[in-house]
Ligand binder design. Structure first.
Ligand code: ZN
Length: 362
């Protein structure tokens, strides 16, 4: 049992971007910097980070909709294996509350079920509703989730043959105010340009993907502190999606390709302007779980410096989500690497040890 195991973690403990210690201990499943009297049962050595955050991940979901508990467990274990020990679930039709009772599975911060416009999202995923019902559904999912609500902000409009915004400004403004009143933050899936200004001016807290950011909207995001979770490993699939839709929706296809072509510039420009950027994979729809290291590598590829790309999945992401890192007394969720991830974020792909709630699980 974790309660009786004393773990000694030594080497370089990366407590924060500017704070490095030589060692920590785990006693009773929690981090301490006071050497315990008992000799350690286990010693691990290397470069230690707080458990990684996958800020956009779907547990309990696959390409066709909700999955059974055994499949959801497998997904969560795949995330754990790469060291993703805190997941912001960006929308799921499954009830995965049982995971909260499992000390051996990653912690999940839920956004309830996606809220989309009728026939404007992937089948079997979302509540599909019209704007007049938006406030009521947002209130409902705010109560069901763990402090987040997820909207689908834009999607292909088959009549227009292109991506268009899903929600009128007045309704979305009222819905976001209602979520905030209930203590929940709101995020939205947005690929295109045209929904962003309304959502940000309506008070939204975060945008997923955010491929449609432009030099007009980036300053607005920066000024209001609206975060983005680019999910570049998912954006990588745009050309394939564009090919598939080409014959029926050529305009949409071209649009998707443009968003894809400028994706790294978009992320880099947002970062340079001071927009908070976090690492999320969008695992669980069509993408596999366990891709958070690949996403951090993509953030680096976009030009984000290594320490900030790491922060997007560790220190910064945990602060943003209101969860502790490696401070005294925090649950011992940490990942140990054989080399310094600040020198090369590529080391995230092969953790030496994964410790969750004080137990070595990988
Ligand atoms: Zn998603």
């Amino acid at each position: 049992m974790s309660d009786h195991t004393v773990l000694h973690v030594k080497g370089r403990v990366l407590v924060g971007p500017d704070e490095v210690r030589d060692e920590l201990w785990v006693v009773g499943g929690r981090v301490t910097y006071d050497r315990p009297s008992a000799a350690p049962d286990v010693t691990v050595d290397g470069w230690t980070l707080p458990g990684l955050v996958d800020a956009h991940c779907h547990v309990g979901l696959d390409a066709h909709g909700p999955v059974d508990a055994a499949t959801a467990e497998k997904q969560a274990l795949t995330d754990r294996e790469i060291g993703a020990l805190l997941i912001r679930d960006a929308g799921s039709p499954s009830d995965t509350r049982w995971i909260d009772d499992r000390e051996d599975l990653p912690k999940i911060i839920r956004a309830g079920r996606h809220i989309a416009r009728t026939r404007r999202y992937i089948r079997n995923y979302a509540h599909e509703i019209e704007p007049s019902d938006l406030v009521a559904y947002v209130a409902r999912e705010a109560r069901r989730g763990d402090g987040w609500v997820k909207l689908v902000g834009d999607w292909i409009d088959r009549d227009a043959g292109d991506l268009t915004a899903c929600w009128p400004r007045a309704e979305v403004e009222e819905a976001i105010a209602e979520a905030h009143r209930l203590g929940a933050r709101v995020t939205a899936h947005c690929f295109a340009e045209d929904s962003l200004r309304d959502l940000v001016e309506a008070g939204i807290d975060c945008i997923e993907h955010a491929t449609g950011l432009t030099e007009e909207t980036i300053p607005l995001f920066a000024e209001r502190g609206v975060a983005i979770v680019p999910t570049l490993v998912n954006i990588a699939t745009f050309p394939q999606l564009a090919d598939g839709g080409e014959a029926k929706f050529p305009k949409w296809s071209r649009h998707m390709r443009r968003l894809y072509d400028r994706r790294y510039d978009t992320v880099r420009s947002a970062y340079d302007a001071g927009v908070p950027v976090f690492a999320g994979t969008d695992a669980g729809g069509s993408l596999a779980h366990g891709l958070v290291a690949a996403e951090v590598a993509e953030l680096r590829h976009a030009g984000i410096p290594a320490v900030d790309a790491l922060s997007a999945t560790t220190w910064g992401a945990r602060t943003w989500l209101g969860r502790p890192g490696l401070e005294e007394g925090a649950p011992a969720d940490l990942v140990v690497y054989g080399a310094d991830p600040r020198q090369d974020v590529g080391v995230l792909a092969a953790p030496r040890r994964v410790v969750l709630n004080g137990r070595v699980v990988g």
